[in-house]
Design a protein around this ligand. Sequence first.
Ligand code: BDR
Ligand code: CA
Length: 315
Amino acid sequence: INKIILDTDPGIDDAMAILFAEAHSAIELKAITTVYGNATIENGTNNALFLKKKYNFKADVAQGASQPLVRDPVGATVVVHGETGFGDVHAPQITDLKADPRPAFQYIIDAVKAEPGEITLVAVGPLTNLALALESAPEIAGLVKEVVVMGGAFGMNGHRGNVTPFAEANIHDDPHAADIVFTASWPVVVIGLDVTEESFFSKDYLDLLRDDAGEVGQFIWDISRYYLDFYSKKVGLEGCHVHDPSAIAYVIDPTLFTLREGPIRVVTDGPAEGLTIQKFDGRKHLHDDWESKRAQQVGVAVRDEALLKLYRDTI
Ligand code: BDR
Ligand code: CA
């Protein structure tokens, strides 16, 4: 069983990922740690507490960062995820459940130290909380089992960016944090647009979930109306890419993905701010500080039909 802490900015596809993690028997969802991104930190945390209450999760909720480390905040992605993060579904203010008193980064440090070698961190929002945890307790890099990140784009099949021509949203929101997380000595697997945009929840697929997957299927359908409207109007597709659930799919069944090894860096400013790059050839260069960075894994292909089946069977 994989014990995970899911660091997330809930978020429509974040909710799809949270419900997936909670439903699958190969995962023990220990905690949901929140970060700004798709919604404000207050709305994102309330959405997490709303899900915990609605579905009776054992997982703790801990609230994290409200803004990036260095860059100016980009602001909540209202056009994609709606005013409060779950599209047209506005969670009531949750008052009878409370978030853990610790900030997310401290929660992560304490949880990792309590179970050395056991915890997988799955991050599907901006990487601010993970970077703060590393800065405050660098030794956790040696104590985490694995870090699985949904973010970035590495140019496979032309995938480069979604919020700018060269940046994916989670990395663009906090490129400095992403560079810290990718160059740390812990093992990182990055599931970026190269693979998440190869899997597609069509309108029909979501209709079938609504019909066959009970209340959870109905909830996923309800929150995804706003998302599908965005995709239809702005992206020109009738359905949505499978971003955050792909990171959970990797934890459940890594064989769904083909990985490529090499150190990863992030461009932190200028016109390509948020661009993710991986050095995967063995070439020697005169000026090369890449050699000192840990080789990480980047997803370059996915068996998308099998992933869609896994999601559907689980939900
Ligand atoms: C990522 O950005 C967010 O909008 C989604 O939740 C996902 O984590 C995709 O670029
Ligand atoms: Ca997300």
